[in-house]
Design a protein around this ligand. Structure first.
Ligand SMILES: *Cc1c(COP(=O)(O)O)cnc(C)c1O
Length: 361
């Protein structure tokens, strides 16, 4: 029950354990093409361009930044915790002129605050973390997409802790790049960086005046590969993570079988139940209001006098693995429980019970 790597469906693990095919084997070409096709449905981006490369979520952040930023471009980072700061550092490596708009701990940056900065503007791109995994705060992705459209600023949604768990309608909401990684709500072991880019983002990249400052991540290297596999042809730039991509195909198919709306609802329902259980035990959570509390993880403060390490150890003894704090300024004061992917009522009940027992001890 940590915010990634999560628990995986047995069918996903089974796909991962198959003998590794050649990356030009017709069966693999079919799996890869199918995975790309299904990503558009999971991201709800019918005309978006999916990319799958070997790496973690940070590499997906890197890929979005290096392809869209040229030295001197202005970028706005809307930060609600740990991963906002990472995006600011990353963008600076590509010469971006970065402005950070940072929320107080447990708060979001409101659309009004974002708009006030965009008005002063000339920003090329803005990034925001949909669910910051260090605070469990949820940003309003729809409002951010609308602001990006209104101000003609590209929006990059760091959805590593939200895609396939929180409601995201990429195309309808006007979001340009939505990134994630395999090990969180996507439900595949760590090792894949994933994203879908809008046609506007692809056009911006096409119109660059300077070369992309990152060789491995350059869309020029990957765009033809994704197109070839989706058209049923083998192609090579760098060896794809064959088994992980086959596992991704299985996981995406399971999601579409459930249906995205049903999946969003299941996450909402179980998260609300978990938060209620925490409140009933007298535990306060980091997000200051229910409306900005994430549905993929919860971050409660320890009660007065509880030693964090000891508490997590005792929860572990009950057979449940949870995570400690991540945000520097309050790291030792709270813990984190992930509830995404194949999370079920049973997972929630077992976890609540384990926390109760550990607190009792
Ligand atoms: C986990 C996470 C990342 C980083 O992903 P890695 O796979 O660890 O590189 C980035 N952003 C958010 C919101 C995350 O939850």
């Amino acid at each position: 029950m940590i915010p990634g790597p999560i628990e995986f469906h047995p069918k996903v693990i089974e796909a991962l354990g198959q003998p590794t095919l050649s990356h030009t084997d017709p069966a693999f070409i079919n799996s890869f093409g199918n995975a790309l096709y299904m990503m558009r449905k999971v991201w709800l981006a019918p005309t978006g361009q999916p990319f799958v490369i070997a790496g973690s979520g940070t590499l997906a952040m890197d890929m979005a930044a290096c392809n869209l930023i040229e030295s001197g471009d202005r970028a706005l980072v809307v930060s609600t915790g740990y991963f906002g700061q990472r995006y600011a550092d990353l963008l600076k490596r590509y010469g971006a002129d970065v402005t950070i708009l940072e929320a107080a701990v447990g708060e979001v940056v409101t659309p009004q605050q974002v708009e006030a900065v965009l008005d002063k503007g000339n920003f090329k791109l803005m990034t925001f973390t949909h669910v910051d995994t260090s605070t469990a705060v949820l940003m309003d992705a729809k409002a951010m997409g609308e602001l990006g459209q209104k101000h003609d600023v590209l929006t990059v949604l760091d959805g590593v802790c939200s895609v396939a768990g929180e409601e995201i309608r990429q195309q309808e909401w006007g979001l340009d790049v939505v990134i994630t990684a395999s090990q969180k709500a996507i439900g595949v072991p760590p090792g894949l960086a994933l994203m879908v880019a809008s046609q506007k983002a692809i056009k911006t990249w096409n119109n660059r005046k300077t070369p992309v400052g990152n060789y491995y991540c350059d869309w020029a290297n990957w765009f033809p590969i994704m197109q070839a596999y989706e058209n049923g042809n083998p192609s090579y730039f760098a060896t794809p993570a064959v088994n992980l991509i086959q596992a991704l195909e299985v996981s995406l198919a399971l999601m579409l079988e459930e249906g995205m709306d049903a999946r969003f609802e299941r996450h909402k329902k179980l998260a609300a139940e978990f938060r209620k259980a925490m409140a009933d035990m007298g535990l306060e959570i980091i997000p200051k209001k229910e409306e900005i509390a994430a549905n993929t993880l919860t971050a409660p403060y320890y009660p007065e006098g509880v030693n964090g390490g000891e508490f997590i150890g005792k929860v572990n003894q009950e057979g449940v693995v949870i995570a400690g704090g991540l945000l520097g300024s309050i790291k030792s004061q709270y813990f984190r429980v992930g509830h995404m992917g194949i999370v079920s009522q049973e997972h929630i009940d077992t976890t609540v019970k384990a926390i109760q027992v550990a607190l009792g001890k």
